[in-house]
Every structure is written in C-alpha cells, then in structure tokens.
Design a protein around this ligand. Structure first.
Ligand code: SAM
Ligand code: SF4
Length: 349
C-alpha cells in the first residue's frame, strides 16, 4: 500500500474521519462503578496483524490520531508489539502510517512503572492520559470500585502518582501536553475532589480534563442528577484560580481554559450539557473488531468479514463512515426510552 495524501472521508453531516480509538481489551484491573468493565475478553480477538492493518487503512482514510485504550490497555500483551509496528510504519516513507501525527494512550496508571513508561516512550508513544478521579483515599476507592476503603484508595492514589512521575521521567512532558490527567466527576460522589485534583495537576504543570459523568452502557445506573455540568465545574475552579477561555479545538472533546498565572490549562468534556457531535471525528474499534461511530450506539459494525484484504477493509470502513449520521448526545433529550448500549470499557471511551 502506498501513501497518497489521505482522502477526506465525510459522513452524512460532512464530518471527516480523524481519530481512531482502538480498544485492546475490555478487561480492567479496576472496577469503576461508572464504567463497569468486563471480567473477560470477547472470545475471538483481532490479531496483531489485523490491528496494524486496521490502523493503516484508517490512516489512508484520513485518521491522523491513534488512541490506544480499553478496558485497561496496560493489561494487554499486544500493546508493545502494536506500538512497535506503528512506529515502524511511521518511519517508513510511503507507508500510510507515516501520516499519523499523534499516537496516544489512555490508562488508569496502575501498571505505569518506570520500566514500562520508558519502554512506551522508546516505542514511539507520543502522549499519555492518566485517569484518576480523586486524591482522597476513601473517595478514590469508591470511584475505582475498590474494596478496602480509605487504605486501598490511598494505595491506588500513590500508585498512580508514581506512574505520573515515571511517565514524566521517561520524557512525557506535561507542560508540552504529552501527559494529561482525566477525571470523571460525579455529583455527590467525588465533586469535592475538583479542587484537590486541580491542585495536583497544577503542581505538575499538567492539563486536567474534567469529564461529565456519561450515560454510556447499561450497567452503571446513570442518573442525570449525578451529572455536574461543566459550567459549574469551571465556576468552582474560577472562584479559586481565575481562568481565561481557550475554546474547543475543531473535532476536540474538551473546552479548555488557561489559569491566569499560566501554570497550566484545564479542560472540561461536556458531553451531556454541551454536546459536541457537530464535529465529532472519532471512530472506535473494539478488541474483537466491531466498529462504532458513536459512544452511545447500541450496535457496531463487524469488520471481521472484511479482513480478507486491505481493499475490502478500506471499502468497509469508508462505507460505514459515509453512512454515519449519529449525533446521540445532541438528541439525548428527545429520546423517549433508553435503548441497550455497548459498555464503555468495551468501546474504549
Ligand atoms: N482504563 C483506562 C482509563 O481508565 O483511563 C482506559 C479506558 S476508560 C473506559 C477511558 C476513559 O473513559 C477514562 O478516562 C474513564 O474515566 C472514562 N469513563 C469511563 N466511564 C465513563 C462514564 N460513564 N462517563 C464519563 N467518562 C467515563
Ligand atoms: Fe477500568 Fe478505566 Fe473503566 Fe475505570 S474507567 S473501570 S480504570 S476501564
């Protein structure tokens, strides 16, 4: 396959394909109740060769950013060989993978040891987003679904903090946006952690992304009254540290702000209160090869029958993107009955 400039692949709302989120496993070493991961992987998983082919074909169709996710991607023994294969392609003139501008990973940070962080950097990973929903041990335990209360939660927070240090020491520079912190905020559960999380991120010159609690999947018992709207999150932060708006990048998920003292930026992902379907450019592919064009979809498109050749795969992905018309978040309030949906850890966020 040669590297012509990637074609612009547009959907029914003229949204281009730009980001591929590839889930490496549906399993996790935590059990956050707002996510509810699977305890086993699907019976038949994509092979390494198939995953590389998918990424290459997606790059030909315009994907410029690859995000590896899960479940917990650091549990997958596929992660390092996959990164190595992608890095090889990115270095090869004429390979569509050379068009990838950004390769990122989302992780809960528990397994982010010094050795692992160095290996990730060496194998061509550009950016890491670490998820942590609380600094207080008891709240962290609750958000991560840990038995063992405060003590277990304090252990988790220490592990994740060590992971952040390991990532920074390995060369993922937070001030350059290569290391970020994600936190889901659930009203009445961890919203008292907003300021402590912001303090933590600021102390490391790291961007914090505060995510509204979303109604993904069927298992988390989502309720609207547990959503803290982004506007209120920003208000609470601004009472402590004045903020200037930076806006939301085209196709981005976060509306961002800069602290007046320039220490770092902070972003809010307001999928519920300020949906951003209008320029959504994300394709999600699960560990068993199901393609989802919306986080809130009930069903994906099985790409396995198209795995015979690059051409078949390209045709299948182009066709599914071109017929895409979903904009669930914008329509959420008009839907009467909730429909069954795929789970977050299966989809990869
Ligand atoms: N295990 C990794 C982690 O936690 O970062 C990667 C997978 S996780 C599904 C990806 C992101 O989705 C995490 O930042 C997590 O907090 C977020 N997430 C999971 N369930 C969510 C929900 N119901 N609402 C909002 N964000 C959610
Ligand atoms: Fe695991 Fe991430 Fe889901 Fe938490 S959010 S259970 S860490 S996959």
């Amino acid at each position: 396959m040669t590297c012509a400039s990637p074609a612009l692949t547009l959907d029914q709302h003229t949204r281009p394909l730009g980001v591929l989120r590839l889930s490496l496993t549906a399993r996790c070493n935590l059990a956050c109740p707002y996510c509810c991961p699977d305890s086993v992987d699907p019976p038949v998983m994509l092979t390494l060769e198939q995953q590389l082919r998918l990424i290459r074909v997606a790059a030909r169709l315009g994907v410029h950013t690859l995000r590896l996710t899960g479940g917990e991607p650091l549990l997958s023994d596929r992660l390092m060989p996959l990164l190595a294969g992608v890095a090889d392609g990115r270095r090869t003139p004429g390979d569509p993978l050379a068009g990838l501008r950004d390769v990122a990973l989302t992780t809960n940070g528990v397994l982010l040891s010094e050795q692992r962080a160095k290996a990730l950097k060496k194998t061509g990973l550009d950016r890491i987003t670490v998820s942590l929903d609380a600094v207080d041990g008891a709240v962290a335990a609750r958000m991560a679904g840990l038995r063992g209360g405060r003590i277990a939660g304090e252990g988790l927070v220490q592990q994740v903090l060590a992971g952040l240090v390991a990532a920074r020491d390995a060369g993922f520079n937070p001030a350059a946006g290569a290391l970020k912190l994600n936190a889901v905020i659930q009203r009445g559960v961890n919203d008292d952690q907003l300021i402590p999380l912001a303090e933590l991120a600021r102390s490391q010159q790291m961007e914090l992304r505060l995510i509204e609690y979303m109604d993904v999947g069927n298992r988390n018992g989502w309720r609207m009254d547990q959503v803290l709207p982004a506007e209120l999150m920003v208000q609470r932060l601004a009472e402590r540290w004045p903020l200037s708006p930076l806006g939301r990048n085209d196709g981005g998920t976060a509306r961002r702000w800069r602290y007046h003292d320039d220490v770092s930026d902070v972003g809010v992902v307001a999928s519920i209160s300020e949906p951003f379907c209008g320029d959504c450019n994300r394709l999600r592919i699960t560990a068993d090869g199901q393609a989802f064009t919306c986080l809130f979809a009930a069903q994906g498109t099985d790409l396995n029958p198209a795995m015979g050749s690059d051409q078949e795969l390209e045709q299948a992905i182009r066709a599914l993107w071109q017929r895409r018309s979903d904009r669930y978040s914008e329509e959420r309030h008009c839907k009467a009955d909730p429909v069954p949906r795929a789970e977050m850890a299966y989809l990869g966020g």
